[in-house]
Design a protein around this ligand. Structure first.
Ligand code: SAH
Ligand code: AVI
Length: 387
């Protein structure tokens, strides 16, 4: 996949930014401060999501920023214009994840109804050492990394093996990414953290190469956990897997977490919890559009809907307009009229079979070497290598 981004800013948080060449160290992976504290580069600071490209940050994490504030806004604007002017209306799920969306997702992962995180955690707890032995990587790349909580099981396994040198979390949500990066830097002395702010559908071509002096050769294990693969439409999924495959070299591997088809009642409950956290997460995309594109969505005017689409084997989240209403998106000079009952799709979350996953991987040039599930076969983790 080729990057559409003309330039990438690299910032070593905790040191003075000196331009695209990095934060003043010959090896950007080695440049860090010792404070380990969260400061101006954190969510609200000048190095944060709304800060200018390449400002000083904090906490000793090196950051490659492919999605600076201006580009993020351009990309959001294009998606919102396309989504609000099409019929049926649809918004892509990546825009759920500002700082609030990241926190709401984190709360979702702890809900009794939302089983995927716990199930994937169980799989990784049971099999992290086998995964590490199968791919003794120097670099663990994590796409759509979020808080990287479960990822620690992989980091621990690679550290036990003695190969781990670097962690590369990659996420569109800069606030959560930088916090997670700083936390991991503190918890894993000797491991460098190079965070990438980007869109994994567009910026995979810019993954960092091998760290200097890597012990496990220069192997990379690319983890894509949580079932986020299911949030991509089938064609986008195939393109994404192909792009990942194109990044993998001999010895590298992809570790893919994917949710499995199961009883419809459990699936719907996982996306329509009784505490209303998923509803708040769903509506958060409207807050993002209000703030970033100067729109006037009334969040009380949209109800959360979660339905199982059996034909496509996915959960759909939608927002249903509770009345006739008009929404103005001033930055787009756009007025969208919603009729009472109109539903706008905000996310799909596809559920897979083990065979189906292997077939999709194979179609993108990836051979499955191992596949694990939790004892109840709710969630899967697949290790695949370039074929
Ligand atoms: N992997 C974590 C988080 C899953 S939530 C887990 O298993 O719990 C999905 C994550 O993917 C969020 O952090 C979100 O910001 C990120 N994300 C969603 N779409 C993205 C995109 N197009 N590019 C990069 N990150 C994306
Ligand atoms: C990130 N992704 C895998 C979640 C999912 O289950 O599809 C996002 C989510 N949407 C609602 N709840 C959780």
């Amino acid at each position: 996949m080729t990057s559409r981004t003309p330039a990438t800013a690299r910032v070593t948080l905790g040191s003075t930014f000196t331009g695209a060449a990095g934060g003043g160290s010959g090896d950007p992976d080695k440049a860090r401060d010792s404070s380990g504290s969260s400061g101006p580069g954190g969510p609200g600071g000048p190095g944060g999501p709304n800060g200018p490209r390449g400002t000083e940050g904090s906490a000793g994490v090196t950051v490659d920023r492919h999605l600076a504030a201006a580009e993020r806004q351009t990309s959001l604007a294009a998606d919102v214009r396309a989504g609000l002017t099409s019929q049926p209306r649809e918004l892509p799920p990546k825009w759920f994840y500002d700082a609030t969306g990241g926190l709401l997702f984190d709360r979702i992962t702890r809900l009794p109804e939302y089983y995927p995180t716990r199930r994937e955690h169980a799989v990784l707890t049971a099999h992290a050492d086998e995964i590490a032995a199968a791919c003794p990587a120097a670099t663990l790349v994590e796409l759509g990394s979020g808080t990287s909580e479960k990822t620690r099981l992989l980091l621990d396994a690679l550290r036990r093996l003695g190969t781990l040198r670097r962690f590369v979390p990659f996420d569109v949500d800069e606030a959560t990414l930088l916090q997670a990066g700083a936390d991991i830097l503190r918890a894993y002395p000797g491991v460098t953290v190079r965070a990438v702010v980007g869109d994994f559908e567009r910026h995979l071509g810019s993954l960092p190469g091998a760290p200097a002096g890597a012990v496990g050769g220069d192997r990379r294990l690319v983890a894509f956990l949580g079932g986020t693969i299911g949030n991509l439409q089938p064609a986008a999924r195939a393109a994404f897997l192909r792009a990942v495959r194109d990044q993998l070299r001999d010895g590298d591997a992809l570790l893919l977490g994917a949710d499995l088809v199961k009883d419809t009642g459990r699936l719907v409950a996982a996306y329509d919890d009784s505490a209303g956290v998923t509803a708040a997460f769903n509506r958060n995309v409207l807050s993002v559009i209000n703030r970033e594109l100067d729109a006037d969505f009334d969040l009380r005017g949209f109800a959360h809907v979660a339905v199982w689409n059996a034909e496509n084997s996915w959960i759909e989240m939608r927002l249903r307009s509770v009345r006739d209403q008009e929404v103005t998106v001033r930055a787009l000079d756009l007025v969208a009229r919603f009729e009472e009952g109109e539903q706008m799709r905000t996310e799909i979350s596809a559920k897979f079979t083990l065979d189906g996953l292997r077939a999709e991987l194979a179609a993108s040039g990836l051979a499955t070497s191992r596949q694990w599930t939790d004892p109840d076969r709710d969630f899967s983790v697949t290790l695949a290598v370039p074929d």
